[in-house]
Design a protein around this ligand. Structure first.
Ligand code: G3I
Ligand code: 9MR
Ligand code: ZN
Length: 586
């Protein structure tokens, strides 16, 4: 089994500080690293390119036949640990033969790489107390970079990553039932396109506010270097508010919310400020013009905002609650007005044929915030048929928010909360989470993904498994939940068949060509901190369609700008990543 080899050179270390400096230098100055690694890193060794916590499990994977592995210190190539690889396991989702390199017994902070005799060396990675903090910071700043209607500037850390104010005019599209200009600038660009869509904004902003509610203690002092930093409100809430303000503007006087604000068709691959297509508030094309999914999502998110912002800005909290109540009222009158793109409009549809889960979420969040019996009654009348959505995680997605509804109910401490309902929600969540842990342990790449999960935005599915496990951990703390959640994070950060980090500018081998207009319209590296959509066996773009027919599902991915179905960045999967990172902070 694995044994630790501490060579004399290790005990001669000059000082912890100096070593850290050397490690940092090694991470950023490639030639120095390569001098010790002897050769270029091989894609056959898959590590989390960010790193591993000091005391947790540490596993890398090797997809070429070999016997043993060594961990070497990046600064000088010193051998610090060695062990045998586990027997190969066949992974049907990738077609790989996978051997685990378990170095959990190694617990010294620093920067390292893995060497496998006959195979090569890996990318560098860190072992440390809190390895994911910087990635959390970059991922949250990813939202800042998506800000619309304002100038954005990432500062000296990322020179050249800036844009002047974009989409500074808004107007009503005929499908909205209204005419003329509309002062509704703001929000986040949804993805690689410049559209802003209420349904996707809803799950995204809700997930970020949940990250705050769940992990606020860990997040409150992490500064994001955004214009609001230092204003007394934690930065994750400052950033979320940018989008909330836009969502509130999408509400009509009658309480309903229009579905989206986009151009009629997708713009060319130009920088945000160069997209001059009119930015239009788009409705359903006939009365009542607003959609129920959008309005119910607004009600849910505004209700969360009302409790979360109360200590920092009671006026905003009150405004949000009022908007949430009005939105709820609209959905009572219009329980299932669905949205399809009206004639002449071809931007993202986010069409959802059933808004009852969105309404359940709205009722649950409004109930959790206000304690009013009407919301509790609605929830109790309707929740039972949604319980099965908990049985096959990750379950939540932009079109399926029932798990959010059920969990928020179970976490609410309001008086009228029904203990039987709470118990059912907890038990089903825990049972499913235990099953996911078992499955994750048995998976050759130690991830929760199944063949069916490689859909459009599959990296969000992986992050969603993580979120599910972390919520289970809130119900009943269990280290196996945290470890399995982190396994899915490792997958996103490089421990995958491609040996690729799916977060831009994170790790030594990150993907390079996101379907992202601000990145695609400039030279050089893409905007930092953004999560790729990931492998997608649905192959809904020409790049994926042209890949070999017999590729296993987890391989249907192309790091190409044109592959919007596998390589677009998007705020909803970005939010799941943030939640997962927040849960894995120390
Ligand atoms: O409706 C079927 C469902 O019955 C089936 O069970 C399921 C199995 O995968 O597929 C369902 O349809 C999928 C639908 O998403 C709902 O999940 C479609 O095949 C799939 O093409 C569709 O993908 C969506 C895509 O837009 C195309 O509409 C993605 O979820 C969604 O994330 C993506 O969102 C786009 C926006 O439209 C525009 N902005 C960028 C953003 C990210 O790419
Ligand atoms: O850029 C668009 C992306 O945001 C969407 O997710 C995707 C699917 O709706 O569509 C992309 O736009 C493409 C369009 O659908 C077809 N022509 C090429 C466009 C990309 O440049
Ligand atoms: Zn914009």
């Amino acid at each position: 089994m694995a044994s630790s080899l501490f060579l004399p050179s290790l005990s001669l270390r000059p000082s912890r500080e100096l070593l850290l400096l050397a490690d940092l230098a090694a991470l950023f100055i490639c030639p120095l690293v390569l001098a010790h690694g002897a050769e270029n890193p091989t894609l056959a060794i898959k590590v989390d390119q960010v790193g591993y916590p000091l005391d947790g499990p540490k596993v890398a994977f090797v997809s070429a036949p070999a016997q043993s592995f060594a961990i070497k210190r990046s600064s000088d190539g010193a051998l610090v640990f060695h062990g045998n690889l586990a027997p190969a396991q066949a992974d049907p989702n990738t077609g790989d033969q996978v051997q685990a390199a378990d170095f959990s017994g190694f617990q010294k902070a620093g920067t390292y790489y893995i060497e496998v005799p006959g195979v090569g060396r890996s990318w560098n990675f860190a072992v440390g107390k809190n390895p994911f903090e910087h990635t959390y910071y970059l991922a949250m700043r990813g939202f800042y970079g998506q800000r619309c209607g304002t100038a954005v500037e990432l500062g000296p850390e990322f020179p050249g990553f800036s844009h002047p104010a974009c989409h500074t005019h808004g107007e009503f599209h005929p499908s909205s039932g209204a005419k003329g200009e509309r002062d509704n600038i703001g929000g986040w660009h949804d993805a690689g396109d410049y559209g802003r869509y209420m349904v996707n904004s809803g799950i995204t902003t809700g997930t970020l506010l949940w990250a705050w509610e769940t992990y606020g203690q860990k997040l409150k002092s992490i500064q994001l270097k955004i214009p609001e930093s230092g204003n007394g409100t934690p930065d994750i809430l400052n950033e979320a508010r940018w989008n909330l303000e836009w969502m509130l503007k999408m509400q009509d006087d009658d309480g309903g919310a229009w579905h989206k604000q986009t151009s009629e068709h997708f713009s060319a691959f130009v920088a945000p400020q160069d997209d001059t297509l009119p930015s239009e508030v788009i409705g359903t094309g006939s009365a009542p013009y607003k959609s129920t999914c959008a309005t119910a999502d607004l009600a849910a998110v505004a209700a969360i905002a009302a409790r979360v912002y109360r200590p920092f800005d009671p006026n905003f909290a009150a405004r949000a609650l009022q908007a949430g109540r009005r939105a709820w009222g609209w959905t009572e009158k219009n329980p299932n007005v669905t949205f399809r793109n009206p004639p002449g409009v071809s931007t993202g549809e986010y069409g959802d044929s059933n808004c009852s889960d969105e309404r359940l979420w709205a009722a649950a969040e409004l109930g959790r915030t206000t304690g009013e019996p009407a919301f509790n009654d609605f929830f109790l009348k309707n929740y039972a048929r949604f319980l099965p959505t908990l049985d096959s995680p990750p379950a939540e997605s932009w079109s399926q928010v029932a798990p959010m509804a059920l969990w928020t109910y179970a976490l609410s401490n309001q008086k009228g909360t029904d203990p039987k309902a709470v118990d059912a929600i907890r038990q089903r969540t825990l049972a499913a989470a235990h099953a996911v842990v078992e499955r994750t342990r048995a998976n050759p790449y130690r991830i929760s993904m199944q063949a069916k999960d490689y859909v459009w935005g599959s990296n969000g599915v992986a992050a969603g498994y993580g979120m599910y496990l972390l919520i289970a951990n809130v119900f009943s703390p269990d280290a196996s939940f945290i470890d399995a959640a982190r396994d899915n994070l490792h997958y996103l950060l490089g421990r995958n068949t491609f040996s690729l980090s799916w977060v831009t500018q994170v790790g030594e081998n990150p993907f390079q060509h996101p379907h992202h207009r601000p990145s695609g319209s400039k030279q050089g590296a893409p905007w930092p901190g953004l999560l790729s959509g990931g492998p997608n066996a649905g192959r809904q773009d020409a790049v994926l369609a042209a890949l070999p027919r017999d590729l296993p599902p987890a391989k249907v991915y192309a790091d190409q700008l044109a592959s919007y179905a596998s390589n677009e960045i998007c705020i909803n999967w970005q939010a799941s990543l943030v939640f997962l990172l927040a849960g894995e902070l120390h």
